[in-house]
Design a protein around this ligand. Structure first.
Ligand code: ADP
Length: 282
């Protein structure tokens, strides 16, 4: 079993059954070494993904404020080649976005084949914050779970590998991180009264996350619950999950690249033959 808890197949999960502080008996030093090795393997896999261009990778990061979405992007996917990787952050929708269906802005950011795209927040906000704050009628957000499943199926049918992570932090750890932010001038830009206000809805968010994870975990687009109170363990769990999802594709990518190589070498040989038998230039 991996360090993250994979949920696939529709079943009701309860977040209280997952320990946010868990670290699977791995120590910090060991975790950091393993993460570094995994990140190296990830960059090698990315090169093959890019060259073969048969699949795309969509990494969805969700979690409460301070759960470490930014940190995960920096530490785990930071070493990736920027040419084949991008981040899309989903904030409060603009009026133009609101005038479309909720997946419109999301679909536009889905990765092309060969590319890795990280979603910092995602279409899941439309069944999380939108549900908690009743931004649309219940009937509308309830219909969205099925829309999301069909949308993700469309992406995977088109070659996407989808990995969804819920960064699971405890209420206590969140409080500590918010207080720490106030002491660190380099983090002042992150300070916001809304973080404290959203804490008041902890229970409502728990219910919304439980439903989103339970209703939208499929074999093609599983959710992974990541213990995130310890940043170094969170990084290890995410890195491991990504690498383990990509590794099985490596053989197919290599075979495809070899085939391309054979075809191109034959074309070059043909070109040389034609060149050799052609009369010299006047
Ligand atoms: P972050 O907290 O991700 O670092 P911000 O402080 O800009 O970045 O927060 C983005 C905000 O946008 C979050 O409060 C999030 O809930 C909100 N948001 C994202 N998507 C939607 C949506 N579809 N409807 C309403 N609010 C949304």
């Amino acid at each position: 079993m991996g360090y993250a808890h994979r949920v696939d197949g529709e079943r009701k999960i309860h977040l209280k059954d997952f320990d946010p502080h868990g670290h699977a008996d791995v120590g910090r030093e060991e975790a950091e070494e393993k993460t570094a090795r995994l990140c190296e393997e990830m960059t090698e896999l990315q090169e093959m993904l890019y060259a073969a261009s048969q699949h795309s990778v969509l990494i969805v990061l969700q979690g409460r404020d301070t759960s470490g979405k930014d940190g995960t992007i920096r530490k785990v996917t930071g070493p990736l080649n920027a040419q084949g990787c991008g981040v899309s952050s989903f904030k409060v929708p603009t009026s133009e976005e609101l005038a479309h269906d909720f997946l419109w802005r999301v679909h536009a950011k889905a990765p092309a084949r060969g590319q890795i795209r990280i979603f910092n927040r995602s279409h899941y906000e439309d069944v999380l914050v939108v549900r908690v704050h009743q931004l649309v009628p219940e009937k509308a957000w309830r219909a969205r779970y099925d829309h999301i499943n069909r949308f993700e199926e469309l992406l995977t049918d088109s070659g996407a590998i989808i990995l969804k992570f819920y960064l699971h932090i405890s209420r206590k750890e969140q409080e500590q991180r918010l207080l720490e932010r106030e002491q660190d001038p380099t983090k002042s830009w992150k300070l916001s009264t809304s973080d404290w206000q959203e804490r008041e809805y902890w229970g409502a968010y728990t219910e919304a996350y439980e439903d989103a994870i339970s209703r939208c975990s499929t074999s093609h687009a599983p959710w992974h619950i990541v213990p995130a109170d310890r940043k170094w363990f969170r990084n290890l769990a995410v890195a491991e999950t990504i690498v383990e999802a990509l590794r099985p594709c490596k053989k197919g990518w290599l075979a495809h690249l070899e085939e391309i190589g054979r075809r191109e070498k034959a074309a070059i040989a043909e070109l040389r033959r034609n060149h050799a038998s052609a009369p010299p230039h006047p």
